[in-house]
Write a protein that binds this ligand. Structure first.
Ligand code: UN1
Length: 513
């Protein structure tokens, strides 16, 4: 098992990466601080300043003023130049940002680098988008009239992100919001303030380099109370929040009460159906990455395996065998041989242990994994063996999202039955089917198939590319971020009717005067 580094070593790595990104951490330390921690050892690194309500007020005020006086009137392709420069700086500092992601979120090297790549990709996408904020022209029913739509910037976008994708989800929102002419106030998870300070420093540098106003972007550091100030402020035109269903249920009615806009990306309880015709080698690899990757802490993590009874034993045995091999690859996420890093903290570990107990009480059998590891070396860190649990049916615990590496295995006889189980959970983020039968694949993607926002064939549930719209249905919140036409959520649409005739015909044939 890869040995753990000391907290001092992790601190040194974080500090030098932060400095290269343009953050001098010493200036961030204040009396009323908030400790930045690393899940690698579970210990505190140093304090960062927490924003008080006056800081949040100043951030929103400055972002709002910048929107009104400068950014919304800057041509979109010129706004794109800011994002182009940000993309260049992200390329230059890919290793530094990946280091900070590993320090704060505990992601293994390749996944941390992949997350930064996702930021670079969305910057490329957004630069192209800055010349493609297209509106339609419609045929007017009146002679001498033109009917069209124009997309305008919306205002301040409040971005609230979670610990598990501390930089990519910010980048999806921010790169797109900036080219759309919005300004951004970002509240990162209180578990990952350092990644936020690094991203903010890089964006500030990009703004200085291209002559964009510094106030296009602000970071506020804090917990729920800080987030609530964004939620309730009428100047925040769009609140884009990623997190738990519980958080979404609190946020959505409050934003609705002021008739603001919300974009929610909440929990998933993602499943893969493995059909008898599936390529089992491919399916097992897809399942294991989806379920054990990122130590089960993606919103797209595979949590339920719905496998046909003819192949259930073969698939389950192979997944359990592969999980057993993972056991020697749990540990220091900075070590290149590690595949499973730490859970974010004690709460996540307790939730996992409780879920395993409940699963057993509901008739489940733990087929492998579930134990805590490395507790002697790092008593405050929480490393776990990813668990596979066979369930007799989709009981209560299976219907919940436990943000930890637990894969529940259920079997099915007919595809109809598999679909009922698949869709029989409150969440609707990501889904996949492993099959070589085209009818099954098409049915799974049809209106009568998976009810999720992401529906895959012969790949796992996680690891979506930025080019598609990302988000889900039902309790996942309905929002879409990232690619495709998700940009529309960050703009307001004006419908324009222009009369270039000398007459004034009224629509619907109405006559008046
Ligand atoms: C998340 O876990 O909040 O599709 C985002 C994926 C990543 C994004 C996950 N591209 O797994």
């Amino acid at each position: 098992m890869p040995a753990l580094p000391s907290t001092d070593h992790v601190l040194e790595r974080a500090t030098s990466a932060l400095q290269r990104c343009g953050v001098d951490h010493l200036t961030e330390v204040t009396g009323t601080g908030h400790p930045a921690r690393t899940p690698i050892t579970g210990e505190a690194l140093f304090d960062v300043a927490v924003s008080d309500p006056a800081d949040v007020e100043r951030a929103i005020g400055a972002a709002d003023a910048c929107f009104r006086t400068a950014w919304r009137d800057t041509p979109a392709p010129a706004r794109g130049q800011l994002v182009r420069r940000l993309g260049e700086l992200l390329r230059e500092h890919k290793g530094d940002l990946a280091d900070i992601v590993t320090v704060e979120a505990g992601k293994i090297r390749s996944e941390a680098a992949g997350e930064v790549q996702e930021m670079i990709d969305i910057c490329d996408f957004a630069v192209g988008l800055s010349r493609q904020l297209y509106g339609r022209t419609m045929a007017s029913e009146r002679p001498g009239h033109r009917l069209m739509e124009t997309w305008h910037p919306l205002g301040v976008v409040g971005v609230v992100t979670a610990f598990n994708f501390p930089v990519a989800v910010w980048a999806w929102n921010t790169a797109v919001a900036l080219v759309c002419g919005d300004t951004v106030v970002w509240k990162p998870s209180e578990l990952t303030p350092l990644t936020a300070l690094a991203c903010h420093a890089l964006l500030a540098r990009a703004a200085a380099d291209v002559g964009a106003p510094a106030d296009v972007h602000h970071v506020v550091v804090g917990g729920r109370d800080t987030g609530a100030l964004l939620v309730d402020d009428p100047r925040v035109a769009l609140l884009s929040a990623t997190g738990s269903v519980r958080m979404g249920r609190e946020v959505a009615p409050r934003v609705a009460a002021r008739l603001g806009r919300c974009l929610l990306e909440l929990g998933g309880n993602n499943a893969a159906v493995v059909a008898p015709s599936a390529d089992l080698d491919l399916a097992v690899r897809g399942v294991v990455f989806g379920a054990a990757g990122t130590a089960g802490q993606r919103c797209t993590t595979l949590r339920r395996l719905i496998v046909h009874e003819d192949v259930a034993e073969a698939v389950t045995d192979r997944v359990v065998e592969t999980y057993a091999r993972l056991r020697s690859r749990i540990g220091d996420p900075f070590d290149d041989t590690t595949l499973v890093g730490p859970l974010i903290g004690e709460g996540a570990y307790r939730a996992m242990a409780q879920a395993l107990d409940q699963a057993t009480a509901e008739g489940g059998t733990v087929l492998g994994g579930g134990a805590r590891c490395l507790e002697k070396e790092a008593p405050d860190a929480y490393y776990v063996e990813p668990a596979v649990v066979s369930m007799p049916r989709q009981s209560d615990i299976v219907r919940q999202e436990t943000f930890a590496p637990i894969l529940y295995v259920l079997t099915y006889r007919t595809l109809e039955e598999a679909l009922a189980v698949h869709n029989g959970v409150p969440q609707g983020l990501s889904s996949s089917i492993f099959t070589r039968d085209q009818r099954e694949a098409e049915l799974f993607m049809s209106a009568a198939g998976s009810d999720c926002g992401i529906v895959n064939v012969n790949i796992g549930t996680s690891g979506a590319e930025i080019g598609g719209a990302f988000g889900g249905e039902k309790a996942t919140g309905g929002g879409r971020e990232s690619g495709s036409d998700a940009w529309r959520a960050y703009m307001r649409r004006a419908t324009n009717t222009v009369n270039y005739s000398t007459e004034l015909p009224l629509a619907q044939g109405v006559s008046f005067l």
